[in-house]
Write a protein that binds this ligand. Structure first.
Ligand code: SAM
Length: 233
């Protein structure tokens, strides 16, 4: 295990830490809810009685958005999150760390092989994760399991993503709760420029009544990606 010279809580976001190394490098980190278990190529760091996992902005769009300076992060200890597109669990594992034992992450993924990996790497080690093998385009199919949530996090890289995100948020998001959505321009429309795609997706959320609070482009961490934070009135 590598020992950093300094570990401090993030100045704005509870549940997130900043580790600083001797050469001045800083990395984001979260407290490992499954001590000793790694999910990808993160580094585990013992800090007092806590084990931290470094959080790579090149592997996680939420970490990228924090590095790019989002000022609103509703993912904090104790909240409930509906996460669309968990894949094999890189970002969801950090969300699970942040929300901690009192939070819940409902994790939706429609690819069976990827879901198996998510279960093996993440869900079996973490009591706050509920894996759902389901298609995010049909939220009624999991309405019997998912509760009212504080955050709908979406990273499904699909055409019409904003429509499906709003459908989920209409159904499961509390009033005053937040949507966090990563937009991968090339997966939504290869014929449009990234800016046109971002605008169309953002306009759709606004037309559905969501208030767009922040938009960050994720370069250099992810090319042609934007990250949107919107609130339900
Ligand atoms: C970019 S990856 C997600 C990466 C993950 N959010 C992370 O940061 O670690 C997108 C995932 O969304 C899944 N996906 C795409 N469309 C979906 C849908 N309609 N319903 C559920 N999952 C979907 C894909 O199978 C893929 O695993």
């Amino acid at each position: 295990m590598i020992r950093p010279v300094k570990v401090v809580e993030h100045e704005k976001f509870p549940g997130i830490y900043v580790v600083e190394y001797e050469d001045g490098t800083k990395k984001l980190a979260t407290v490992n809810l499954a001590p000793g278990v790694k999910v990808y190529d993160e580094t585990l760091i013992q800090h007092g009685d806590k084990e931290l996992r470094t959080w790579n902005p090149y592997r996680s769009k939420l970490a990228g958005a924090i590095h790019k300076g989002i000022t609103i992060n509703p993912i904090k200890p104790g909240v409930k999150v509906l996460y669309l597109g968990v894949a094999s669990g890189t970002t969801p594992s950090h969300v699970s760390d942040i929300i901690g034992p009192k939070g819940v992450l409902f994790g939706v993924e429609f690819a069976p092989r990827v879901m198996r990996e998510f279960i093996e790497k993440v869900a079996v080690h973490r009591e706050n994760v509920v894996p759902l093998l389901a298609d995010a385009r049909f939220p009624t199919k999991y309405a019997h399991v998912v509760e009212l949530v504080d955050v709908v996090y979406a990273d499904i890289a699909q055409p019409f993503q904003a429509k499906y995100v709003a459908d989920n948020a209409d159904m499961f998001l509390k009033s005053g709760g937040y949507i966090m959505m990563a937009i991968k321009a090339m997966s939504i429309d290869v014929t449009a420029t990234p800016s046109e795609t971002y605008k169309r997706e953002i306009t759709h959320l606004e037309e559905r009544g969501y208030k767009v609070k922040e938009v960050k482009h994720l370069e250099p961490y992810d090319e042609a990606h934007a990250f949107v934070v919107a609130q339900k009135p």
